[in-house]
Write a protein that binds this ligand. Sequence first.
Ligand code: TXA
Ligand code: MG
Length: 343
Amino acid sequence: MTVIKHADPASIREAATLIQRGELVAFPTETVYGLGADALNAEAVARIYAAKGRPSTDPLIVHIHDARQIDQVAIRVPPLAYALMERFWPGALTLVLPRAESIPASVSAGLATVAVRMPDHPVAMQLIQMADRPIAAPSANRFAHTSPTTAQHVYDDLAGRLPLILDGGPCAIGVESTILNLTVQPPLVLRPGGISLEQLRDVIPTVARLERYLHPNEEALPAPGMLLKHYSPRATVRVYEGEPDAIRAAIRRDCADSIANGQCVGLMLADEDEVTDHRDVIIVRLGGLDDLEAVAQELFSGLRALDECGVDVILARAFPVTGIGAAVRDRMVRAAEGRIIAV
Ligand code: TXA
Ligand code: MG
């Protein structure tokens, strides 16, 4: 049985004890909820993959609460890593470094590297500290499904597969951390996220971005986590990009066509968009076109909300790609499995 508990000191203590016993606990971070286990215990780590239905080829992120813990997790940590930790930790930046021997290979899907970050959330920090060990945690959703930004989202996906979900309210950022590989030159962003490319360029002017998505039938993975199909709701998602009026006209037209075909339609729009007042169309507004932080925070819960309404198609507008907008775009492209419509 799975229980959701308000993350007060007693329940965080209980969660820490569960982690020490090799059990799973879901906990809030500033990005999304994580599904945590003792990162030093291979059996506990195996439970994460099983609970998520995650292939063993997709590595996990290790969470620490104190920069000194880095030596327990990684080796040959370069000076640049310390500069980034100083600037961005605690926060939404995950660093890929050579893996220390104390971390089981299964945490990293057999890779010689390890992904590590320090979450900017008091509950996550206290949990790691009380458990007194690094905590491996992917996002607490079923594999390839939309990431959870509330405790209820975790429950909806994973009830019955873990004993405890700590409820710390909705996540402030709403998209996952930025993943930066520091084992290559120049350092390479593997996933855009809560820390923007612009912020990283401030520290690493040469930073590169891997922007390639793999279709499900492609074989070799250039890097883990590159699958196009990810963050997927049940509904078919299409993303419209272009000038605002052209986007609105295209969504209006396709919305009408879908309704005529008997489909139930959901729209993901900006506050500024006026598209339809048809009463059967379900509209989620993510935020203003110039408020990308709000858009990021609402993105995953918006996808889930539309799915819960049982819509067949989700027609979503694209947002500007500056700052956290790059992460929003990445998640939308994947939710849409590449169905981007330029108008
Ligand atoms: O914000 C976040 O990062 C959240 C919270 C819970 O911390 N976690 C998260 O984990 O998003 P997850 O499992 O959904 O994504 C982990 C991704 C993998 O899919 C993979 O792309 C990348 O991190 N990753 C992990 N270890 C790696 C490694 N050694 N080399 C390259 N990529 C790695
Ligand atoms: Mg995930």
